[in-house]
Design a protein around this ligand. Sequence first.
Ligand code: IPM
Ligand code: MG
Length: 352
Amino acid sequence: MNLRIALLPGDGIGPEVVAQATAVLEAVCRKFSHVLETQSGLIGGTAIRATGNPLPDETLTLVKSAGAVLMGAVGHPEFDALPPGKRPEKGLLRLRQELHVYANLRPAICYPALAALSPLRQEIVEGTNLIIVRELTGGIYYGSPRGIHREDGEASAVNTMVYTRSEIERIARIGFNLARGRRKQVISVDKANVLENSQLWRETVSAVRDQEFPDVQLDHMLVDSCAMQIVQNPRRFDVVVTENLFGDILSDEAAVLTGSIGMLPSASLGAHTGLYEPVHGSAPDIAGQGIANPLGAILSVAMMLRHSFHLEREARAVEEAVAKTIETGVRPRDLKGNDSTEQVGRAVIQLL
Ligand code: IPM
Ligand code: MG
């Protein structure tokens, strides 16, 4: 198979982890005889510094001609004082919109060897294997009107949370389909006791279940209660389907309870090109030191092989190599070890 991948290393530790993930991708392609073609583009703060734009046109052209996109991270404190529209993050938000990747999959798996690193007691976190399906191109992130108004000495700010029924239906279907390959349990998260938006969400998800997925169990949960239950009993969750902002918050919570957010991959899927990125972000405090955990980015490559190229065997091979790497005691700094980003990447390649 021919894999054309656009690489967007971005800011902070992004370039370091993408380098290791790319090395793993090269190794997979060698092992399974695929042809790999990669091309790099600018995004985020790096792109602002070079071109004044967090998502330059060249990057957009590049990603639209690729089979899949591997991103590192965006964000840098240098831009902290700027309004949302001028920040590095805007590049990522526009990229998601341009690629129409409305479904963001964020699995959180507790590796037995890492259970002791969880901020939760081991007996609570052990056996956790959940996936958050976050709506990614709608809701309050993108709704209008939005803005800050300053008039007569008073300021006010507005953001709009808006969803159409069809936007809710398509993300619900992704969740139910995923559940069919897992434990067949979907929890839909909303704030239906307060928000009309959530009432439409709840009603629509229920209708999709009744009409198309009667074999899947569906429960509804309020977002505040979900935040609590994820730390009380994470094992009870299989597939969590939720809107953009709630998914942003819950996925950080779910990520850290498995040991380290450095382990977590993500896939953003839509009609065509998939976007893959580790969940951890740019971590400017440790950038350039060669100590970042590349496993989130490497596991994102596994998700890419599975979801964009339907190469299940190759995806499993990467996931198994990561699991073995951890079992053999290789540990970057966030997992309380001393191995460098490169050493961790090399260990995965050796075990592949
Ligand atoms: C994430 C991040 C982004 C988001 C930021 C960087 C815009 O937090 O992917 O979870 O809020 O979606
Ligand atoms: Mg986030």
